[in-house]
Design a binder for this molecule. Structure first.
Ligand SMILES: Cc1cc2nc3c(=O)[nH]c(=O)nc-3n(C[C@H](O)[C@H](O)[C@H](O)COP(=O)(O)OP(=O)(O)OC[C@H]3O[C@@H](n4cnc5c(N)ncnc54)[C@H](O)[C@@H]3O)c2cc1C
Length: 296
């Protein structure tokens, strides 16, 4: 169950050339409890004049996701505020704060533009879990089931999720994490109690997805040499592949979690299932953004 939080920027920290960390504060964030991991949230960004439309978010009880979404859709396009999906990087209910890491990629996208100019005191509406409800964990896709040998792979938009997942893994987990970032300066500190090896892959001028694809293909070659044993029969994946599929790999030893630019991630998933023989049930993949297309 999710709810809306009327947060204000408490702190802005430029982590690196392409990552900006926002600490958001609101008294109600004391109810923001979740399993962490890749917990996604929705951000309501202000309209160009700094205001938000009235979607009845603050009445009690708050409108359901469907209700506010329908109200938002019913607005004239010029009245709508941008809504984008992000990951909560850290949660501190006792301090009534959460952190969100934004990738800044210029001012074309409203979220990136906001992150480049927002300052303490600015408003941001967050739709996130309400820990007082049973299914507060909705919006978490990481689900290794019985698997403890993992592959995590993503671009910079998946860095907050991968880092939060790594920080939560106990020492029983092994495997590899590949994080493609725009430059060497975008490598961020991350700690894990697990035995998962963390590999940062700065693009430093290479094409988007190239270092990640090479690393995952290399992982596949090493895995095949070690004859890790494939999953069940794979199904042919066509051109109309979904951009998002998650699963619970009960009974498997290996689990892969892939997120980032949709074209790059779907190609990697296809490679893992079609060429490497992993079961679709072992591979969660999420198109976090699509090159050349604004999210909504
Ligand atoms: C579950 C989930 C979790 C996510 N978590 C995070 C997160 O924690 N941090 C984060 O930064 N992003 C995250 N994203 C990705 C983020 O939602 C998209 O990058 C989004 O498009 C950014 O919105 P925008 O307004 O900046 O750009 P849009 O208006 O959506 O896009 C404008 C243009 O910019 C391009 N674009 C969008 N994102 C990027 C990018 N990163 N680099 C280069 N070009 C881009 C688009 O292709 C489009 O051409 C997540 C997405 C999902 C689905």
């Amino acid at each position: 169950m999710s709810r809306a939080y009327a947060t204000r920027v408490a702190a802005v920290r430029r982590m690196s050339p392409h990552f900006v960390r926002f600490t958001l504060a609101d008294e109600e964030l004391r109810h923001f409890h979740t399993g962490g991991l890749d917990q996604r949230i929705k951000l309501f960004l202000p309209r160009p004049d700094g205001t938000f439309p009235d979607l009845g978010l603050w009445r009690e009880p708050q409108p359901s996701l469907m209700e506010w979404y329908n109200a938002w859709r019913a607005l004239a396009e010029s009245e709508r505020n941008p809504i984008r999906t992000y990951t909560v990087r850290d949660i501190r209910p006792a301090e009534r704060e959460i952190d969100v890491d934004f990738v800044v990629h210029g001012t074309e996208g409203p979220a990136s533009a906001w992150a480049l100019s927002a300052a303490p005191g600015d408003e941001l509406i967050v739709i996130g879990p309400d820990g007082r409800h049973e299914n507060a964990g909705a919006g978490i896709e990481w689900s290794p089931g019985t698997a403890t040998e993992v592959l995590l792979a993503g671009d910079e938009t998946a860095v907050p999720a991968i880092c939060a997942i790594l920080e939560s893994l106990p020492e029983t987990f092994t495997g590899e994490a590949y994080l493609e970032v725009p430059s060497e300066q975008d490598v961020l500190p991350v700690r894990t109690a697990s035995a998962v090896a963390v590999h940062w892959l700065p693009r430093d001028g290479a094409a988007l997805g190239e270092p990640l694809t090479a690393a995952v293909r290399d992982w596949g070659r090493r895995r095949s040499e070690g004859a890790a044993g494939g999953g069940e029969e794979f199904a042919e994946i066509g051109a109309e592949d979904p951009l998002w599929e998650v699963s619970e790999p009960e009974g498997f030893r290996e689990y892969a979690w892939l997120a980032g630019e949709a074209g790059v991630i779907t190609a990697l998933r296809r490679h893992m299932v079609k060429d490497l023989g992993l079961s679709r049930k072992q591979v969660s993949f999420m198109g976090y953004w699509k090159r050349g297309r604004a999210s909504s």
